[in-house]
Design a protein around this ligand. Structure first.
Ligand SMILES: [Fe+2]
Length: 461
């Protein structure tokens, strides 16, 4: 993480091991902070690194990779000045605090990607998305999806209904009366419907879940102090306070009307990510998520910029079951004892009962605080079997991406990007998704190091 990542143009990727599966055709996109320092100054939080996107096009002629920074207006201004100029999630703009009054944060465009038919969106939950060219990754500019206001935010975790292809997403609108702004878009991304649900507290909600007929939000007992934000005396991250006395509040929304159905009080926890949700035959709503006992994970993510985080923060997979009619929690139990994150389900199972989850995880139960995940895992929820692909010491896989065979539903692959700290090298690795422990089917060499990032997606050919 010490050195800013180096862009590269379209490059045929050398096969180091195995071969690219014959049916794997399409593009892997990944987003994450590519630059964490400028002129010797480090960002104050991992979430403040400038977004850079890796695309790997899998074609008949082989795999072509390219890597580009998202050319946001703020990134270009800081490039020209060669210094940080803007506030961000954990960062404060330089200068006296009164100069920060009313200023807008930098759109880091660094969290995830959404592949639409005619553009790729670089997502960041504090603003509008940026649109890029699907093939070349050229940045086209901010995109309002037809009706987003400049002040509206569009989170980095949209959900696509696999049956209708409709897209659901949200943004938290902060203020004395904070609320969740809800969006439903067609398959092109064009927003067709909006709604809003008032929040009881000014909180941080990073992800949500499509669960059968519902959209469900898990609002943690993290409270944002607004006054230091308004006066520019604290960063957004530093103004977030863990207040467990509030508990977690579960907000259930009807996906058709985008109106609230019920609000349920639960015990306190924090989560960044939800793997999937569905409505069971008995009407209950089941949600699989990665739970932390408190908000120390935010401190770990701040410290990781230095390469040596010291604050322990382990997340574990939990399953929550709700009764949306009675408005109560039926069950909430830990599913795995290994530390994990980035739970995903195959695209075809979003919002529906999922037989399995894919995760990043730690293979050791007592992992070191400073270590990133060393494995990717397949958790078969029907058999309870956990299958790991564990990498060598010093090698770190990124969030797994599941890819279904276009013609054969019995076949699927899991793609990850691995940073090898021993060789200072990054690779794209392809596994049979059903037997990760058999080792990679193919390893492709990337021409430059691609830093560990956040989220990606797969766009079929
Ligand atoms: Fe995320």
């Amino acid at each position: 993480m010490a050195q800013p990542a180096v862009e590269f143009g379209p490059t045929p990727l050398r096969v180091i091991e195995g071969q690219i599966p014959a049916g794997l055709r399409g593009t892997l996109y990944r987003n994450g902070p590519g630059r964490l320092q400028r002129s010797g100054q480090y960002v104050d939080h991992w979430f403040d690194g400038d977004g850079a996107i890796l695309a790997v096009h899998f074609t008949e002629a082989g795999a072509i990779g390219l890597y580009r920074y998202v050319q946001t207006q703020e990134f270009q201004t800081e490039e020209q000045a060669n210094q940080y100029l803007y506030s961000g999630y954990g960062q404060l703009a330089p200068g006296p605090f009164w100069k920060r009054w009313g200023s807008q944060p930098k759109n880091a465009a660094n969290t995830s990607v959404l592949a639409l038919p005619d553009k790729l969106l670089a997502l960041w939950e504090g603003g509008n998305p940026y649109a890029l060219d699907l093939e070349t990754l050229e940045t086209h500019g901010l995109d309002d999806l037809g009706s987003l206001k400049a002040t509206q935010t569009y989170s980095a975790h949209p959900k696509r209904d696999p049956q209708t292809s409709d897209l659901y997403n949200f943004g938290i609108i902060y203020g004395p009366r904070s609320y969740i702004q809800l969006y439903r878009s067609d398959a092109s991304g064009q927003i067709l419907q909006q709604g809003k649900v008032a929040l009881d507290r000014v909180s941080l909600i990073h992800d949500f879940v499509l669960s059968g007929p519902y959209l469900v939000f898990l609002m943690p007992p993290v409270v944002l102090k607004l006054i230091p934000i308004v006066f520019g005396t604290q960063s957004f991250s530093d103004a977030l306070q863990w207040q467990p006395q509030y508990g977690t509040q579960i907000v259930v929304v009807d996906r058709k009307t985008l109106k609230e159905v019920t609000r349920i009080e639960a015990d306190p926890w924090f989560q960044w990510h939800i793997g999937n949700g569905f409505q069971a035959n008995d009407g209950s709503v089941v949600i699989d998520y990665v739970r932390y006992p408190n908000f120390d994970t935010n401190q770990w993510l701040k410290e990781v910029v230095s390469g040596c985080p010291t604050t322990p923060a382990a997340g574990h997979l939990w399953r929550l079951r709700l009764d949306p009619v009675a408005g109560k929690v039926v069950a909430n139990e830990q599913q795995l004892d290994l530390e994990c994150e980035f739970p995903i389900t195959p695209m075809a199972e979003v919002g529906r009962q999922h037989p399995s989850l894919y995760l990043s995880c730690q293979s050791q139960r007592l992992a070191k605080v400073e270590e990133n995940f060393d494995s990717v895992a397949h958790f078969n929820l029907e058999t309870g079997q956990l299958t790991l692909a564990t990498f060598a010491s010093g090698c770190y896989p990124i969030e797994p991406i599941h890819v279904s065979h276009p013609d054969d539903p019995s076949q699927s692959w899991m793609l990850t990007v691995v940073f090898d700290g021993n060789r200072d090298q990054s690779t794209v690795q392809i596994f049979n998704a059903q037997c990760l422990d058999a080792g990679p089917l193919c390893i492709l060499e990337l021409p430059e190091v691609v830093p560990i990032g956040f989220h990606g997606t797969w766009r079929p050919q």
